[in-house]
Design a protein around this ligand. Structure first.
Ligand code: GLU
Length: 323
């Protein structure tokens, strides 16, 4: 089967070195097998989406030397906000099968209910099921009364497993440990979990490369794939990039935006070289272009399975090109 992967930046802020690492792995994994790579802008998180961040992400990818398909045509990427009609169809399908229900619980109500000491919180509060006795028709009633609500997916009880290309088989009782999750808001905004599954399916994505902060989302998305009866892509979750304090890269670590380094005179080859070394693709940190790295990837395609399991510690670049 031809490899189809994707780059999926969220324009909620500028892309930083951590995003660059995931993009590089997604790009190399696709290109080394002459596969396709699509670009999707994940702009559904509207309050957090920043003006100009989409253009900035595209500029960052171009600057790093990471391309996507189809090349040469005008509209070469998908924007999730233009696909709400498609997501609404998927929601309708789930509603019809009573796989989702309307939920009016507030965040603080859920957190209060979930703070019972016996619950182990893996990825946010576990929804206690307060509204799960409702069916889809109740959503129509709420809508006609102008009462806001969220559509929640009934995640089945039992073990969900998936195979990560690096970590091997991963299993979790997702129903019990993650709980029913939101797939849309009544005012017409689709949640990340559903949009990603519908998009990956519709665009024939069969390889997903992303940060391991999304492993719990993968279990939720697996449950959605099963509900729709769709083929599941191969998954590769990469360890995150962290600062010297071991915490994931964020503002507290100073400016790690790609655009900042560009302004400082750091070259894309410096960044690619640093990331390539961190992935075990080259032995010592040196400047290297994505095209040069592609040759190395093609010659040693199993590098993906040997990348370090630990987070990558990053302390900044100097303009002279050292990490
Ligand atoms: N948009 C997400 C991010 O920037 C990636 C989501 C995904 O790959 O499924 O972290």
């Amino acid at each position: 089967m031809n490899y189809v992967g994707r780059l999926a930046p969220s324009p909620t802020g500028a892309q930083h070195v951590g995003n660059a690492r995931t993009f590089l792995v997604a790009w190399l994994a696709a290109r080394q097998v002459s596969g396709q790579l699509l670009l999707r802008i994940e702009d559904l998180d509207t309050p957090r989406t920043k003006p100009g961040a989409t253009e900035q992400a595209i500029e960052d990818l171009n600057w790093l030397g990471l391309d996507w398909d189809p090349t040469g045509s005008e509209q070469t990427f998908t924007i999730q906000s233009s696909r709400e009609a498609r997501y609404a169809m998927a929601i309708e399908q789930l509603k019809h099968r009573n796989l989702i229900y309307p939920c009016t619980c507030t965040r603080s109500e859920i957190e209060r209910a979930a703070s019972a000491p016996h619950e182990s919180v893996l990825d946010g509060a576990i929804y206690p099921g307060t509204c799960s006795h409702h069916d889809g028709n109740h959503g129509d009633d709420l809508k006609s009364q102008g009462i806001p609500f969220a559509w929640r997916f009934r995640i089945p009880r039992g073990i969900v497993s998936f195979e990560d290309e690096r970590l091997g088989i991963q299993s979790l009782d997702a129903g019990r440990l993650l709980g029913d999750f939101v797939v849309a808001r009544s005012y017409g905004v689709t949640a990340y979990q559903l949009a990603v599954v519908v998009d990956d399916h519709d665009f024939g994505i069969n390889h997903v490369v992303r940060g391991n902060d999304l492993v719990f989302s993968t279990y939720r998305q697996m449950a959605l794939y099963q509900a729709f009866g769709w083929d599941v892509p191969a998954w590769l979750h990469m360890p995150l990039v962290v600062g010297l304090d071991g915490r994931r890269l964020a503002k507290r670590h100073g400016d790690t935006r790609l655009s900042y380094y560009r302004e400082q005179g750091v070259t894309p080859e410096t960044i690619i070289g640093f990331l390539a070394k961190s992935l075990g693709l080259i032995d010592k940190t040196e400047r290297i272009s994505t095209m040069e790295l592609l040759e190395i990837g093609r010659a040693t395609p199993d590098w993906i399975h040997r990348t370090p399991a630990e987070p990558l510690v990053f302390a900044g670049f100097s303009p002279s090109g050292t990490a």
